[in-house]
Every structure is written in structure tokens, then in C-alpha cells.
Ligand binder design. Sequence first.
Ligand code: ZN
Ligand code: ZN
Length: 411
Amino acid sequence: MALTVLKNANVLDLDLGELVPARTVIVENGTIREVGDGAGSPSSDSQVLDLRGRTLLPGLIDAHVHVTAFTADFGTLARSSPAYVTAQSARILNRMLLRGFTTVRDVGGADFGLSKAVEEGLFPGPRLLFGGKALSQTGGHGDLRGPGHEAYDAAYTQPGLGVICDGVPEVRKAARAEIRRGANHIKIMGGGGAASPTDRLDSDQFSEEEIKAVVEEAEMANLYTVVHAYSGRTIERAARLGVRSIEHGNYLDEETAKLLKQRGCFLVPTLITYQMSSRHGAKLGMAAESVAKINALISSGIKAVEIAKRHGIPMAYGTDLVGAELHEAQLDEFVLRSEVLSPLELLRSATTVAAELVRLDGRIGRVAAGYCADLIVVEGNPLHDIRVMTRPEQNLRLVMKAGQIVKNDLG
Ligand code: ZN
Ligand code: ZN
């Protein structure tokens, strides 16, 4: 088997928090075989890439995406042809990969078919971890009906992001159905949201019995539960009832932060989606009520990041962008969080911390022997300036996913 050798690499060691210069990385069968000084380098049939001192780091992980959300208008999305949505998703996934994301976790919308299509190489994209449809109560964040609209299309093939279920038997059945379809995690809508027409940001959703039932089903299958949560109360009950991954978390308070730390929860802030939706939402078909709800979330988000940092809560990178155009800002979450986090903390959020969250720790998120060869090369030192990461056209020189080169601009 031919090897790929990346020589003269400044390898970002996320544990040491520094660049290790003049490394040679040997890739074999999609896996990093060795990271060393290059002595005794391999045979002549290997492909050699000279990085000339550029920075080599693990492929990025985005832990909160919706790859099927080609439009910010979820009503339109749900009524679209699944074939059309798949074609849009293929383009969204390809662009994510070309921004340096080699793994993404979809938390509403993507299914086993899309993940399989990427796995089989039918189109290029990051490794796609999915939870199927997000579980929502009637009138919850996954219920897209307006107040005067009764009919609900429960067909699983309609490409909406959520599924409505009420009461313990129904939520159990919905969770079991997603587990049957191969879900990597189970997502629940634990409180109000911006994109849903009839709920309030500060309302809790699902009873404690319902949440407990979903958590139990997920844990029985050795999976974990992910919750959409804004208010302190919503976050508190989810964490207390065993949910592991708290999404958004904008109104996190000091007391709840202590609970998250104690329960080993992860927080996945998604600041960029509020900024982009506020700027472009109306133009892209988002309802006026949704844009108004979003404006209320902008200032609270960064405060939550600051509180979480102080309490030592692991934070993973997440973006939550919807609408094909808005996905372009996927790397700008780094910039927004940099107001309170260091470049090293930011880089860990998108590598080692996110890998731990998605339970692929030891497989992805580091440049080390035995890890999957998900690698990217950037011009410049992101430990000095995180903006190195946010201009892929200029700075991103190589993207390799599982040993396959998908972009090579080393020159
Ligand atoms: Zn959400
Ligand atoms: Zn989301």
C-alpha cells in the first residue's frame, strides 16, 4: 500500500498547546501511522508532500450543523422534494469539507442515507454524524405549523428537521425509531426557539417524564441525548435529567453552570447563527417574528460562553447555520468566541473537545499515530491569530479526509 508523507510540517499539538516544528507525518490506509522527525523515511513509491513549515492540524469538527437546511424557511424545507434536498445537502457538505471540516454532527435533518452517501464517496463531504429528526412536542421548536394550521404531515420522508411526539409512549417510540435508523445521538427540543412560529423562547418543552424516557432510551443504546435549550430553567432540567449535550445555552446562569460541570455536560454555543440570521434572515424568507426572537439572543450568547469558561465546562464548536448562503460564515464562530476565548481554546473546541463530545476521542481530533488521517494545512500560526482559520481561500492549503486529499493548494 502506497504511503503519503507530509514533511516539514509544523504540527499543532493541542495537548501541549504549541506548534512542534519540522515533523514528518506518515499516512497509511487512511490512518496516521507515525509522527516523527522523518529519519528512515519510507520507500520511493510514497507520495511526498512538502509543507515547507506550514501549520498542520487535525481536520475541524462542527458539532452543530443542519446540512439539509438549504433554506432558512423550514416550512418550505419540509415541503420540498427529498431528492432536491439531497442535491442541496451534497453541495452544502462539499463546501463544509473545503472549509476544513472533516467531521460534522447534524442535530436535526440528516439521516442514514445522507451519511451513507458520503461514506460511499457518492459526493465529497465531511464524515456525517446524524440523529435523524429532532424530537419535539406539539407546539414545540420542531412544530412548524402556524396557529391556524392543524394538518401535520407525519411521513418520515418529508424533509423537515423535526418529528412531533407527545407523551412517554410516543417519545419512546420516536427515539427508538431514530435508533433503529442508525442515529449517532438523539436530539430533543427542550425549549422554545427562534425558527418555530408558535413557541416562546423562555418556555420549557416536554415534561420531565418525557425527557427522562428519551434519555433512558438513548442510554440503553449507548447513545447520548442532545438538547436545544435557551433559558436557564430549560438547561437546568435537561442537565439534571441526564442530557449530555446542551445546544445554544444562551441564558446559562452561574447556578446552572455549576450543575453542568458536575454532570459532565458539554455546551455547544452557536453565536454565528444569530448574527447571520439577524443580518440576512428576512431577505432569505425567515418570518419577522423569528428575526425578532433572534435579535434577543445575540448579546446573551457571548455572556454564556464567558460563564461556561469560568466554570470549566467543555465547549465544542458549533454554528447552527441555515440557508445555503449563510453556511458561508461557518468559520466565523471562531471570531465571535475570540472575544472571551484564546486561540488555543478555540482550536480545541473544534478538535479535541468536539471529538470527545461525539465520542470519537482517540480516532479524530489530533495529529497523532493511530488517529484517522483527517488533516488540514494552513498558512500562518492560528495560535497567534485565529483569523488564519477564517479565510480558507487564502490560507487553507490542504484538506485530507481519512487519507484522501480533497484539496491541494500547496503550490
Ligand atoms: Zn436549536
Ligand atoms: Zn440547530
